[in-house]
Design a protein around this ligand. Structure first.
Ligand code: BF8
Length: 636
């Protein structure tokens, strides 16, 4: 007889009472957090220090070298941005390299799943495609993408995808990135002791670095992944810990780079592995995802998602996970201790991401199938070690629709025969849709462990804002049932509801993983190209938000949206509040330079209203009519 299921909250309580420490207890143990760190006033870039600036202006006001609070805060922020950009871009580099290896006959576990995108992107790179085999094109494109990383004098190819207005602004301020790696290295160099000490100049360097991420490194990750793993199409799937099965082998794939996890899914569906699972007493195999590896595999294959960032440890505490296969990024080292209380085997797979206490089975593109088989087999063989009495799978699971992209959104919004952004722009112009907002990023115990996303998104759609989502934010809202068409009737304003009901889409669109925020950039560029709502991204009624940001990658993402002309609202401060000048630059001055700016607001509903006000200001500047149903109210 199947055991009664517990709720996620109950599972957390059970962990606590058995002394299993998870992220929430570790977070509490850090209280109070370091005040200098929070303010951004600690500098440890050289051995004159570490130095810190007294925020109350009683003690030291400069570091030993003389650097003031503005320089220190700006340098710290620059290094965070460089780290975030490096992380995304390195991900892009790996996928581009695999594309090249595949094309050269060295990675036979892969295929070209989107020939259309292969040819489209190759043409953009100036590669002749006529008369060439896909393999040949893939090898040339992979190589050309890799060259983008090391360019010294030229911008990466995708920079040309930005609207002409943005490109002109970037040229004027000398923030067009040359290559992808170069601005990251430059940031590390200029933040060294005694190099760049002008916070305004440092901010320009930050934007150049972030633009290399958004319009190149991350964009390469998205495009090359679409080529190798398929361009997503809208599909229905399931999310939350309830996707784990009591009578099956459960394997979790966790991290960001889908090169191994995609093959793990394929292998887990083979008759050979299903037979092995039955021989070990299980009815089948469930592969489910955590974090952005989950999003990558979800949007292309409909693989269920076990949870977002904060659920990675909880998934193990269900007692029903035989193997967790991690690649890199957002993987808590705390997993090892949690897993030691259960039978779960943890496998690290990436040469750049090892974890003491995890078994390391190293991934190689050339042997992907063989390695995936080994990992799946080892997980299945762990099934007999499961202690059935300790299995507690929460009951929660929810349907979601995922797989929207910048290319297919016009199709879903406008129908098969109208492949343009016209319907979207018209809906904005007519006032049915107020604007479009990307709500993205992590979930964080410092804020509301995911709830801020839900509150902000509900408030936005209530005011007819179409929401697009990526990363853990998308998963948080999916768990709440916001990513199904039915949620329009329940939560959306009348105008947005009409659009959603007419074309059958949810009011909240899942567009992928964190690197796929580039799909939002491309959608914005397409909206500009379609016409009628501004000449640049800075004129569009759009914005971005990360209500519970955590990672340095979120800082890089926020910056590339700001530098591209968008308002970006973060749910907690960035660590620069110790410098009033830097704060003023972020929230005011930068708007006069690139058209975008930052806002910080802890209350997600208030954050939504900062966005709505901003969108209304943009609508007014474009002389767009009032919102359709507000006009009706006026008539009455
Ligand atoms: O890259 S949203 S917690 S998983 S950093 Fe990490 Fe944040 Fe999740 Fe995706 Ni993005």
């Amino acid at each position: 007889m199947a055991k009664e299921k517990v709720s996620e909250e109950k599972l957390k309580e059970m962990c606590h009472s058995c002394g299993i420490e998870t992220v929430w207890q570790r977070y509490d143990a850090q209280d109070p957090h370091c005040g200098f760190g929070l303010l951004g006033l600690c500098c440890k870039n050289c051995n004159l220090g570490p130095c810190r600036i007294d925020p109350f202006e009683e003690g030291a006001q400069v570091g030993t070298c003389g650097a003031d609070r503005d320089t220190i805060a700006a340098r710290n922020l620059a290094r965070h941005t460089a780290a975030g950009s490096a992380c995304h871009s390195d991900h892009g580099r790996e996928i581009a390299r695999t594309l090249m290896l595949y094309g050269s006959g060295k990675a036979s576990s892969y295929k070209i799943k989107s020939e259309e995108k292969l040819k489209k992107v190759a043409s953009e790179y100036g590669i002749k495609i006529e008369g060439k085999k896909n393999e040949e094109i893939a090898a040339e494109l992979g190589r050309a993408m890799l060259e983008d990383f090391g360019k010294q004098e030229e911008p990466p190819v995708f920079i040309k995808r930005a609207p002409a207005k943005q490109q002109k602004i970037w040229e004027k301020h000398n923030i067009v990135p040359k290559g992808i790696d170069r601005p990251i290295v430059e940031t590390m160099s200029r933040t060294n002791m005694g190099v760049d000490n002008d916070y305004k100049n440092l901010m320009l360097g930050i934007m150049k670095t972030a633009l290399a991420d958004g319009w190149a490194g991350s964009m390469i990750a998205t495009e090359a992944s679409d080529i190798l793993f398929g361009s997503p199409q809208a599909l229905r799937a399931k999310v939350n810990l309830g996707v784990l099965k009591e009578d099956e082998v459960n394997i979790l794939i966790h991290g960001h780079v889908p090169l191994l996890s995609d093959v793990v899914v394929t292998v887990s569906q083979s008759e050979e592995m299903l037979k092995l699972a039955r021989e070990n007493g299980a009815k089948g195999i469930t592969v489910a995802g955590i974090c952005c590896t989950a999003n990558e595999i979800l949007v292309r294959r409909g693989v269920p998602v076990a949870g977002n960032f904060l659920q990675q440890e909880l998934a193990i505490t269900t007692g029903a996970v035989e193997g967790m296969i991690v690649d890199l990024q957002c993987i808590m080292p705390g997993l090892v201790k949690v897993a030691s209380c259960f039978h779960t085997k943890l496998f690290s797979t990436h040469p750049k991401a090892k974890f003491p206490g995890m078994e390391h089975i190293e991934f190689e593109e050339e042997k992907a199938l063989e390695i995936a088989r080994e990992l799946v087999k080892r997980s299945i063989e762990n099934f007999p070690n499961r202690d059935k009495a300790r299995v507690n799978i929460p009951e929660e699971s929810m349907d979601l629709i995922a797989g929207f992209t910048a290319e297919n959104i016009f199709y879903y919004l406008g129908g098969k025969y109208r492949a343009t952004y016209r319907p979207l722009n018209d809906a904005i112009i007519s006032g049915r849709i107020r604007g479009v907002v990307g709500v993205v990023g992590c979930d964080n115990p410092k804020m509301q462990s995911g709830k801020s996303h839900i509150q902000m998104v509900k408030e936005l759609i209530k005011h007819d804002v179409l929401v697009v989502q990526t990363g853990c934010s998308a998963l948080a809202c999916a768990k709440e049932g916001l990513l199904v068409p039915e949620s329009a009737k329940k939560y959306a304003g009348r105008g947005l509801q009409e659009i959603c009901e007419t074309v059958g889409i949810p009011p909240v669109l899942h567009v992928g993983s964190c690197v796929d925020n580039t799909r939002i950039l491309i959608a914005c560029a397409n909206m500009v190209k379609e016409g009628g709502i501004g000449e640049g991204i800075d004129e569009l009624p759009i914005a971005g938000a990360a209500p519970e940001w955590m990672s340095e990658k979120a800082i890089a993402i926020g910056w590339y949206f700001v530098a591209s002309g968008a308002l970006v609202v973060f749910g907690s401060d960035m660590p620069v509040t110790g410098s009033a000048n830097v704060m003023k630059y972020l929230t005011k001055d930068v708007e006069g330079i690139v058209g975008g700016k930052w806002a910080f607001e802890k209350d997600p509903v208030k954050g939504a209203h900062i966005i709505i006000k901003h969108i209304d200001k943009k609508r007014k500047a474009l002389k767009l009519s009032a919102m359709m149903y507000d006009r009706e109210k006026v008539k009455v």
